[in-house]
Structure formats: structure tokens, C-alpha cells
Write a protein that binds this ligand. Structure first.
Ligand SMILES: NC(=O)c1ccc[n+]([C@@H]2O[C@H](COP(=O)([O-])OP(=O)(O)OC[C@H]3O[C@@H](n4cnc5c(N)ncnc54)[C@H](O)[C@@H]3O)[C@@H](O)[C@H]2O)c1
Length: 259
């Protein structure tokens, strides 16, 4: 059962241990900063080398405990080692924001199958690997928990040259629904946040020049999103204010998918 907790609108994560995978940059780092602002102990996990530096910077700015652990979601050993490290440092895991991501743009006639497999290995199977390991830990703890993954507007609308990415993110939406169904009895919420283009390394890589201006034209808000706007939606789905929401894929797209 997912318990009712009196809603006070604080969106607090005071005392919670929150792991952010893909947390060394972009939306993940913005999420980690928002979690810290709301009182969480924060773990930065990412395949990049700078996890300890990002974690230390967040600790300095927000006065919370943090740690940074290098982790590649395509490796079971790496994920297991990261979780062991979190438990050694903080003893438990209450919140998981799982947002590693990879994109490469090819038309469906041209993309190498190995490139499709890479999208799926990181964006779908890699994310599931972490969710499964963390959910099993949350079940052992017996106190429920929150899992939030970043999906994409590509779940809802076909986008040119996004076939590998879309296949992986559509798989992620399916994963979110099944895990939400199965893990509700343990008090675990599982949700997605589906952004439009966000101003990050990935966003800039995929959207440049005329493709960028055409895309902005199609978004009713007439701009791309900023990382803190996505982090705010992730925060909502990570705290007790959203206990009655599970299996959802919350669109944050300035209206792009209205049509
Ligand atoms: N930026 C956008 O326009 C946009 C739009 C919709 C969805 N998203 C999704 O948001 C999430 C965050 O993307 P972002 O825009 O912040 O991009 P980003 O490139 O800034 O961040 C992605 C992070 O994932 C990490 N990562 C990649 N492969 C990994 C692996 N194998 N193991 C561990 N970490 C790995 C990277 O090192 C990086 O820090 C992704 O899932 C992405 O698909 C982004």
C-alpha cells in the first residue's frame, strides 16, 4: 500500500537519501541541487569522472551530506558497487531519480542496429537495472520509496531521426507502468517525467540551426525548457505530496504535444 501522508505543500525531502543517476550534469545535476535544497542527502552517480566534485559543490552550497560515485548503468557490477557504496555511506535509499541518457540521430533506414542497441542498453535496460536494484533495496527496508525516470516528448510524438531514442524511451514508459503496478504494494511510486527539448549538452547536440528554430516555432511556449523546470516536476514526484500518483508520465513540454 502507498500510505496517505497529510499534504502540507512543503515538497520536503528532509532526512531522505536520494540517489541521482546521470547526476553529474544537465537535468540530473539540477535535480540533485533541488533535492539538496529540500533537505535530502544526495548521491551523485554518473559514468563521468566528476561525481565527487559535483557532490562536494552541492554539499558546500546547500549544507547537506552528499557523496559522488562513478557508475555505468550498462554494467550490473558497476550498479551493484554503486548501491553498496550508498548503503555504506548513508545506510538506506529513499528516492531514486534515474536519468542517464544517450541520443544519436539517424534516419530509420540508415541507423546501425548496434546504435539502436546502445540506446536501449542505456536508456531502457540500464535504467531498469538501477530501478530493479534500488526497488529491491527499498523492499528490504520496508518503508516504501520514490522512483522517477526521465522519459521524453518522443514517447508521444514521432520526431525525425529519433528512431533509436524513441524505441528506448517507449520501452521505458512500459517499464514505468509495470513496475508501478508491481511495486505499489511495497509503498513504492514509479513515475516518469517527459520533457520537451531542454537546454543541456544533449539538447544542444540534437537540436541545432534550422531544426532548432523550426522546433521552437512548434512549441506553444516558444522556447526550450530549462533544467530547473524539469527538476521541479521530478521533485514533485519524489516527495509525499504526490503519493497518489504512480505509473504516470508527466509531460513538461510547453504545450508541444497538445496537437
Ligand atoms: N535535453 C533534452 O532535450 C532532453 C529531452 C527529453 C528527455 N531528456 C532526457 O533527460 C535525461 C537527462 O539528459 P540531459 O539532457 O540532462 O543530458 P546530459 O547529457 O546533460 O546528461 C545525461 C547524463 O547521463 C550520463 N550517462 C550517460 N550514459 C550513462 C551511463 N551509461 N551510465 C551512467 N550515466 C550515464 C551522462 O554522463 C550525463 O551526465 C536523459 O535521460 C535524456 O534522455 C533530455
Amino acid at each position: 500500500m502507498i500510505q496517505y501522508e497529510k499534504v502540507n505543500g512543503d515538497f520536503s525531502l528532509e532526512g531522505k537519501v536520494a540517489v541521482v543517476v546521470g547526476g553529474a550534469g544537465g537535468i540530473g545535476e539540477a535535480t540533485a541541487r533541488m533535492y539538496a535544497r529540500k533537505g535530502a542527502k544526495v548521491v551523485i552517480a554518473d559514468c563521468k569522472d566528476n561525481c565527487p566534485e559535483v557532490a562536494a559543490d552541492i554539499a558546500r552550497e546547500y549544507g547537506v551530506q552528499t557523496t559522488g560515485i562513478k557508475c555505468d548503468v550498462t554494467s550490473q557490477e558497476s550498479v551493484d558497487t554503486m548501491i553498496t557504496g550508498v548503503l555504506e555511506t548513508f545506510g538506506e535509499i529513499n528516492v531514486l531519480a534515474c536519468m542517464p541518457g544517450f541520443v544519436d540521430l539517424y534516419r530509420a533506414t540508415d541507423i546501425e542496429i548496434s546504435n539502436v542497441e546502445k540506446h536501449i542498453a542505456i536508456n531502457a535496460v540500464g535504467v531498469f537495472r538501477v530501478c530493479q536494484a534500488v526497488a529491491n533495496q527499498m523492499i528490504r527496508q520496508g518503508k516504501g520509496g520514490k522512483i522517477v525516470c526521465i522519459t521524453s516528448q518522443a514517447d508521444f510524438i514521432a520526431i525525425n531521426k529519433h528512431v533509436g531514442y524513441t524505441m528506448s524511451k517507449a520501452a521505458l514508459v512500459g517499464m514505468i507502468k509495470v513496475c508501478a503496478l508491481e511495486w505499489a504494494e511495497y509503498g513504492i511510486n514509479v513515475n516518469g517525467v517527459a520533457p520537451t527539448v531542454v537546454n543541456t549538452y544533449m539538447g544542444e547536440r540534437a537540436w541545432q540551426g534550422k531544426v532548432k528554430t523550426d522546433m521552437i516555432e512548434k512549441i506553444p511556449a516558444h522556447r526550450f525548457a530549462e533544467t530547473d523546470e524539469i527538476a521541479a516536476a521530478v521533485l514533485f514526484l519524489s516527495c509525499s505530496e504526490s503519493n497518489m500518483i504512480t505509473g504516470e508520465d508527466l509531460v513538461v513540454d510547453g504545450g508541444f504535444t497538445i496537437y
